[in-house]
Design a protein around this ligand. Structure first.
Ligand SMILES: Nc1ncnc2c1ncn2[C@@H]1O[C@H](COP(=O)(O)OP(=O)(O)OP(=O)(O)O)[C@@H](O)[C@H]1O
Ligand SMILES: [Mg+2]
Length: 373
């Protein structure tokens, strides 16, 4: 029998878990922040808004504890997001794919409520029960509708406990199901007509939703629902340096959890992946001189992270443990060429006109040529 983790019984052994929740992975940082945070905390918050922002952006505490940055980006964005959660408005994180919407929402929930696991994953098939409540049918048939037969959704649990709930990909959820949130967010209550009862949200309850720019128009939020949210747009990294920094940090973290070698000598390759992705995304070379065509894929920071992680794994298992152009070329090609016909032309043109001519990129050019057939 597989051992299931009882979600209420606390943290599983962190080293056994493939991807620990933020509140477990960064438990030490959160504890240090809580111990040294003497600013006022909103009801049921584990930390003050200032400490939550420090947790996300990183910093050094008075006793010397270093808080690693989780989100690399404008401080103001994080401050607005955190402040929103302390008000009666919900938070909507919006942005193109791979701009850390999910990542930020998980860390916000972990820092504010100490629990990032109350989550509704939005899909085209998300039913109303996922936002309201369902029933345990055995119990329902045996004893009729009762509190015991009720299966609360993550949203209902967060309301009752006064914590943060996350809704992922809100705009993928069918419009009528989305609108279930209106009463919850404006009246802060969820009626349960079957029981003649209601669940009123306890102070500390709030909701973080994420939505992808690319899904715009799939199931746009009704204006009634939109008004219940403060929207914060997460931008793409402004400079190549910032993006290299993000990729380096995340690759290091992910690599450690997968027992991969670190990439101290690989920063050259990271810089190349980031440069290629940025130039193709922007349709312009970094010196601003040459226009290039953009492929159909998104080429986000998140994809750069997975290309480099994949490269590290290749070098660890089939190379000499040092990240080389050969290790990343196939990954770059896979990310750029999503549509085998159109994207391949775009890629080949970029390869021949930009990569080939660039000083110091000959080894990378050759590696890319080899995998591009
Ligand atoms: N500005 C940033 N700071 C820190 N990490 C970042 C940043 N941008 C992207 N990342 C990293 O990118 C990865 C993917 O982010 P995430 O999955 O949160 O993106 P998303 O915006 O939710 O994308 P999608 O729209 O595809 O759901 C994460 O590992 C995250 O750490
Ligand atoms: Mg996401």
């Amino acid at each position: 029998m597989p051992a299931f983790v009882d979600r209420t019984s606390g943290a599983p052994e962190p080293r056994q878990v493939l991807r620990p929740h933020a509140e477990h992975a960064f438990a030490a940082e959160l504890a240090a922040l809580a111990a040294q945070d003497d600013r006022p905390r909103p009801a049921r918050w584990k930390l003050s808004p200032w400490a939550v922002a420090t947790y996300l952006l990183g910093g050094t505490l008075p006793d010397g504890t270093v808080i690693t940055p989780k989100y690399v980006g404008p401080r103001r964005i994080v401050e607005v997001a955190v402040t929103t959660l302390a008000t009666d408005r919900a938070l909507l994180l919006l942005g193109v794919p791979g701009t850390a919407k999910t990542w930020v929402s998980e860390h916000l929930a972990a820092a504010v409520s100490g629990d990032s696991t109350l989550l509704v994953q939005g899909t085209a098939g998300t039913p109303e029960e996922a936002i309201r409540y369902g029933w345990n049918y055995a119990e329902l048939l045996a004893h009729g509708p009762s509190r015991d037969a009720l299966v609360p959704s993550p949203v209902l649990r967060a309301m009752a406990e006064g914590t943060t709930v996350r809704v992922e990909e809100l705009t993928r959820i069918p419009a009528d199901v989305q609108d279930t949130l209106i009463t919850i967010l404006s009246e802060k209550t969820l009626p349960i007509p079957e029981l003649g009862q209601e669940v009123q949200a306890v102070r500390g309850f709030n909701l973080i939703a994420t939505a992808n720019d690319r899904d715009r128009g799939v199931n746009d939020l009704s204006s009634a629902l939109r008004r219940r949210f403060n929207t914060v747009v997460l931008p793409l990294p402004e400079t190549a340096e910032a993006e290299v920094d993000i990729v380096t940090r995340r690759v290091d973290q992910i690599g450690r959890s997968l027992d991969l070698p670190s990439a101290p000598e690989g920063t050259d390759e990271i810089r190349r992946v980031v440069t290629v992705f940025r130039e193709l995304r922007d349709g312009l070379t970094s010196d601003g001189r040459t226009k290039v065509k953009s492929p159909s894929g998104t080429l986000s920071t998140a994809e750069a992270i997975s290309v480099v992680t994949g490269g590290l794994a290749l070098s660890a298992h089939f190379g000499d443990g040092v990240l080389r152009p050969d290790d990343i070329a196939a990954g770059v090609l896979g990310a750029v060429v999503r549509d085998p016909a159109a994207d391949r032309v775009v890629w080949q043109e970029y390869l021949e006109t930009v990569v080939r001519e660039r000083e110091g990129w000959q080894d990378f050019y050759r590696a890319c040529r080899e995998v591009t057939v």
